[in-house]
Design a protein around this ligand. Structure first.
Ligand code: AKG
Length: 355
């Protein structure tokens, strides 16, 4: 009797979602459960880029739908002023030399001013935040990770790359622009759909001081060829852009944000940032995450990523030689990403922190 009602109930749902999976009344409860699992996969199938986390869901269906369609979602005021102030103060302390940085922390100073006094004015980027306990709190932040789970597809999460970007006022050369690109071009992990970027405004960020811009929907397209843009005035080292935009469909939008707002975006979403036309520095903190159980490393040799990968490797070989004093030339691109990745939630099967 009970199972008959279940057949009727599931039969009804099934007709709506999956007419080909027909039920018959010889089924056991076990096979019904199996069917139920298939059904939930069937109803989920309109979602390719995101997952539900049942009662613990931190994003709504509307937000999921938006991400599926556009390749990003903006969560207003995700982080508190206290969080942001803590990261801000830490940045100042590192920039001014008040705190001795861990040598693994990558501090990138403006070449033009690097020989002058140590000051936030010449520190435009800090990378490898795992080497700093305070800044890495951002990549471990439960409010961030709860939402990241909706895109990595579960609670096994690696922080694969992190940075704080202190975009300087443009010196008149337009070199403070960040060309349109896809972040996947930097990563030797796949699948792309189980990787997500986060970018949090540390202050009000507008078109004027160089907010992010993006072309919604481009996460559904391919990984495109990148190179240095042929711009007058030049571009920062390793700031690759998409080589040929002529087949890219869609309009660019500007994403203005308030302090504490956080953008979650797919690694194929085409995005960049404009010039900083103000006299102030524009600060944002960012981390990319990947599923530690569903992602694997790929071989970069022979792919469109090889040129950039070699350039990044050269930087790391030089760094490793200078502060480890040893020969690191055998380090591969995969080793580099394994070294910089950190497990921030759950378990690690990609071997980021072990093998
Ligand atoms: O912070 C910025 O200006 C741009 C950051 C960005 O697009 C990136 O690092 O991928």
């Amino acid at each position: 009797m009970f199972t008959n009602r279940l057949y009727l109930f599931f039969g009804h749902i099934q007709q709506q979602f999956q007419p080909k999976l027909l039920l018959n009344n010889k089924m056991t409860i076990g096979s019904l459960k199996q069917r139920l699992k298939l059904l939930s996969t069937a109803t989920e199938s309109k979602y390719r880029y995101s997952f539900t986390n049942g009662a613990n869901d931190k994003i709504s269906n509307e937000q999921r739908d938006f991400y599926e369609e556009n390749g990003y979602i903006l969560i207003k005021k995700l982080l508190s002023d206290n969080d942001i102030e803590r990261y801000w103060q830490r940045f100042q302390d590192l920039a001014t030399g008040k705190v001795e940085p861990n040598p693994l922390l990558l501090l990138q100073r403006e070449l033009a001013t690097a020989k002058q006094a140590i000051h936030e004015r010449n520190l435009y980027k800090v990378q490898e935040l795992y080497a700093d306990d305070v800044l890495f709190e951002y990549c471990r932040h439960p409010l961030v990770l709860d939402i990241v789970e909706a895109f990595t597809g579960g609670p096994n999460i690696l922080a694969i790359h992190s940075m704080l970007i202190n975009k300087p006022p443009d010196a008149g050369t337009k070199s403070s622009r960040h060309p349109l690109h896809q972040d996947l071009h930097y990563f030797p992990m796949r699948p792309a759909d189980r990787i997500v970027g986060t970018w949090t405004a540390m202050e009000k960020i507008t078109k004027e001081n160089g907010c992010l811009s993006a072309i919604p929907g481009t996460h559904k397209g391919e990984h495109l060829e990148h190179d240095y843009p042929e711009w007058e005035g030049g571009v920062n080292k390793l700031y690759y852009g998409i080589k040929d935009m002529k087949n890219v469909v869609g309009d660019r939008i500007h994403i203005e944000m308030e302090r504490g707002d956080c953008l979650f975006f797919h690694p194929l979403l085409i995005h960049g940032s404009g010039m900083n036309r103000t006299k102030g520095f524009r600060k944002a903190i960012s981390c990319h995450f990947a599923s530690s159980t569903d992602c694997h490393y790929i071989e970069i040799k022979g792919t469109i990523q090889e040129k950039l990968a070699q350039e990044i490797l050269d930087v790391y070989h030089r760094r490793a030689r200078s502060f480890m004093g040893g020969d690191s030339d055998n380090m591969t691109y995969k080793d580099l990403w394994r070294n910089r990745s950190r497990l921030v939630r759950g378990e690690d099967k990609i071997g980021a922190t072990t093998s």
